[in-house]
Design a protein around this ligand. Structure first.
Ligand code: SF4
Ligand code: SF4
Length: 312
């Protein structure tokens, strides 16, 4: 099919999608961890709390609404976690369309989640790591119970299921997905990209796509619009059929990544700044404008959400 627009149906063009690595500390050490590969010698670090509060202040002054993700490392082991979440929630709440999400490997004890305060417009993004399955108990009991608790509190929850190419892990992936489907939680099959390069997807085998054909039936959220027809594809459709090339298209890229030291980079274009010294970085972004895509492929689901148009 010929198409000339692509985006995620819930994505907003004039909102900033900001991922913040709040530390590079984690209680796991997964072999496929992107963050560990990127930070390498800077793994297991955290910036001072005073400097991190300057990062939050910079976000709170944003002219456009912010969809802020706390990543890492493992954000839930941050030494100032409660204050971190409270201040970040205040920062995104200055605008109606502000949102917050917290990523977690779900390994904190159940009573930690029971004590967690509820916040509006906030959700948890979970991922289970099979190399550490002993932490989760039989049938991922710990993570499943923790998700139930947060669901009952009113948080939205989504689970990233890491699609590991190693065949030995496949039965475990199915077992986890079976449990999550029973729970009725939103499941996101996470196709891995090659370490250090979000623009290159792992080359999965045909056997892999046959094995995980169950994901073909998941609802599609990525809209591909053509002159005569529209399609809503899911992650499986996109990656299996390689609908990932937008080279030269106009892209309203609104994704920013903050590293653990407060340096900010705009995804795909490598524009850099420092949030500690550039106090009004987010305040000065008055509008998201299109730039031409310089990449061969757009392989990360976060980037596939962004609104793009073919130049005619
Ligand atoms: S739990 Fe996440 S952050 Fe921690 S090592 Fe594994 S992939 Fe990396
Ligand atoms: S790779 Fe980056 S610049 Fe290119 S279309 Fe995707 S999000 Fe836009």
């Amino acid at each position: 099919m010929e198409y000339n627009r692509q985006y995620d149906k819930s994505h907003k063009i004039q909102r900033l999608y900001v991922h913040w690595d709040v530390s590079t500390q984690c209680n796991f050490n997964c072999s496929y961890c992107y963050s560990l590969a990127d930070y390498y010698s800077e793994w297991n670090r955290i910036d001072s709390w005073a400097r991190q509060k300057l990062v939050i202040r910079n976000i709170s002054k944003s002219h456009l609404p912010v969809f802020l993700g706390l990543l890492g490392g493992e954000p839930t082991i941050h030494p100032n976690y409660e204050e971190l979440v409270r201040l970040c929630h205040e920062a995104i709440s200055t605008q109606k369309d502000g949102r917050l999400y917290i990523t977690t490997n779900g390994s904190r004890p159940t009573n930690w989640f029971e004590r967690h305060r509820f916040y509006e417009n906030t959700y948890f993004l979970w991922s289970a790591h099979f190399e550490y399955e002993k932490y989760y108990g039989l049938n991922f009991e710990l993570m499943i119970n923790n998700i139930k608790i947060m669901k009952e509190k009113g948080f939205r929850n989504k689970v990233n299921v890491m699609l590991i190419p190693d065949k030995q892990q496949w039965p475990k992936i199915h077992k986890l997905v079976d449990e999550l489907e029973k729970l009725g939680v939103e499941i996101h099959p996470h196709f891995l990209y090659e370490k250090g390069n979000v623009h290159r997807l792992h080359e999965y085998s045909d056997e892999f796509y046959d094995e995980f054909a169950r994901f073909q039936n998941y609802p599609g959220q990525f809209i591909f619009e053509g002159p005569t027809d529209n399609h809503a594809y899911n992650d499986y459709d996109i990656f299996h059929n390689k609908h990932t090339c937008f080279t030269g298209w106009d892209c309203w890229n609104n994704n920013y990544e903050i590293n653990y030291k407060g340096k900010v980079t705009r995804f795909c274009f490598k524009e850099n700044s420092d949030l500690i010294t550039n106090f009004n970085f987010f305040k000065n972004i008055k509008e998201v404008l299109p730039l031409q895509c310089p990449h061969e492929t757009c392989n990360c689901d976060g980037l596939l959400k962004i609104y793009k148009e073919k130049i005619v």
